[in-house]
Design a protein around this ligand. Structure first.
Ligand code: AMP
Length: 401
């Protein structure tokens, strides 16, 4: 069964074509800078890479170009687009309605539309992707896999803020949590590595990338997570501040320089985090190089220290919430590759049963799952390469076979 996975952003479309149930990747690629002069499609088939530079004025053209690439005699992997049996879409916000992936029908589309208000940057392009696929491949079943779904099991005391209850009732302001596909996949893999059913494991999952979030998972279900009403909350990220005292916002707005809401939005989402603290970069590798040059007192090192300190704080919080923790799991670009970051986040937690083995942390085959905990430590520490697209393919396959 051939399944196409689509992740539609405001100016980009990521895609991956799977042969299921074996989860073999047949082709994948990215349409980028839609609507700009330098728009392009980068298409990969195995080790081969093709770059098509042409005008891609809108998502409709982008989807058409992807489909024509998939069936092209020199770059493609299919004879005909009719071989595509189902399409899985990554959708950021499913609100309070969906705690699972859903076959897309009129109701699901209406709910994604309703949630545009909650995720104005993400749900509208996700909808465009769904509608363009519907137009290009009518009759092919489609599935929406929501980033928020995994966290719909949070109990009320974890998802409600200390605001008047009417604010929640009127505006649905609450913690939703994001990166759910990654936290769900890693929970499934951690259960396999621990040799137990997911319903019997308690773990802390740390998705550390340009966007970062953590989750406390009890008996296989998310019971708390660091992102909130939006993906701005929680950990310090590449360019996002993470949690700050909310009183900082009106205080800054009383100053001429930040008097506009759009300036505050830019400040917190685009100019803060690792970039804002370091003044160097949002990219962890660049920061590590800059810290190596600039030494322990450099702002690059300070940014890394703040990043790790915040993660350690959430580990402590989630240890308290979970009571017993079978494993701490790292995933995402930094979680999977950042040897020093992993070590620093968990340093000094031996009394809580968490100890990283420095040799295992440093020397394991990249791209593979690994247990990096010290022999005999009660809580395992896993590095698990995340696979959000593969998980969307699995969910789509389950609902469409
Ligand atoms: P993602 O958003 O998941 O693609 O992750 C991007 C982040 O992963 C960037 O901050 C990269 O610098 C970071 N990253 C990638 N490789 C490494 C590495 N070898 N060591 C530390 N950070 C890395």
């Amino acid at each position: 069964m051939v399944i196409l996975i689509i992740n539609c952003g405001s100016s980009s479309i990521k895609y991956q074509l799977y042969d299921m149930p074996g989860k073999t990747v047949m082709a994948k690629g990215l349409v980028e800078r839609i609507g700009e002069a330098a728009s392009a499609l980068i298409h990969r088939r195995g080790e081969e890479k093709f770059e098509i530079n042409q005008s891609i004025p809108n998502h409709k053209t982008g989807i058409e170009l992807i489909l024509s690439c998939l069936v092209s005699p020199d770059k493609g992997v299919l004879k005909n687009v009719n071989q595509i049996s189902a399409i899985g879409h990554r959708v950021v916000h499913g609100g309070e309605r969906y705690s699972n992936a859903m076959r897309i029908d009129g109701d699901v589309i209406a709910c994604i539309e309703e949630c545009c208000d909650l995720a104005p940057l993400h749900n509208p392009p996700n909808l465009v992707g769904i509608n363009e696929c519907l137009a290009a491949l009518p009759g092919v079943p489609m599935v929406a896999v929501f980033d928020t779904a995994f966290h719909q099991t949070l109990p009320r005391e974890a998802y409600l803020y200390g605001l008047p209850y009417e604010i929640y009732e009127r505006y649905r302001i609450r913690k939703y949590g994001f990166h759910g596909t990654s936290h769900a996949y890693v929970t499934y893999r951690a259960a396999v590595l621990l040799g137990k059913p997911a319903s019997e494991i308690n773990i802390i999952t740390c998705h550390l990338g340009n966007g970062s979030s953590m989750a406390a998972v009890k008996n296989g279900k998310s019971v708390d997570t660091s992102m909130g009403f939006t993906p701005l909350a929680g950990l310090v990220m590449g360019t996002r501040s993470g949690d700050i005292d909310p009183a900082i916002i009106p205080y800054l707005m009383s100053k001429q320089e930040y008097s506009k809401l759009s300036d505050i939005d830019q400040l917190l989402n685009k100019k803060s985090g690792l970039l804002g603290v370091s003044g160097v970069s949002n990219d962890m590798r660049n920061l590590q190089e800059a810290a190596a040059r600039g030494g322990p007192s450099s702002r690059a090192q300070l940014a890394i220290d703040i990043f790790c300190h915040r993660i350690k704080g959430f580990v402590g919080q989630y240890l308290a919430i979970l009571g017993r923790v079978d494993a701490v799991c790292f995933m995402g670009g930094i979680g999977e590759n950042g040897v020093a970051v992993r070590g620093q986040c968990l340093a000094g937690l031996e009394n809580f049963g968490i100890a990283v083995d420095p040799d295992k942390n440093r020397n394991f085959p990249r791209g593979q799952e690994c247990d990096i905990s010290r022999n005999g430590s009660p809580t395992r520490v896993f590095v698990i390469p995340t696979d959000e697209e593969g998980w969307i393919a699995e969910e789509t396959h389950k609902l469409c076979q």
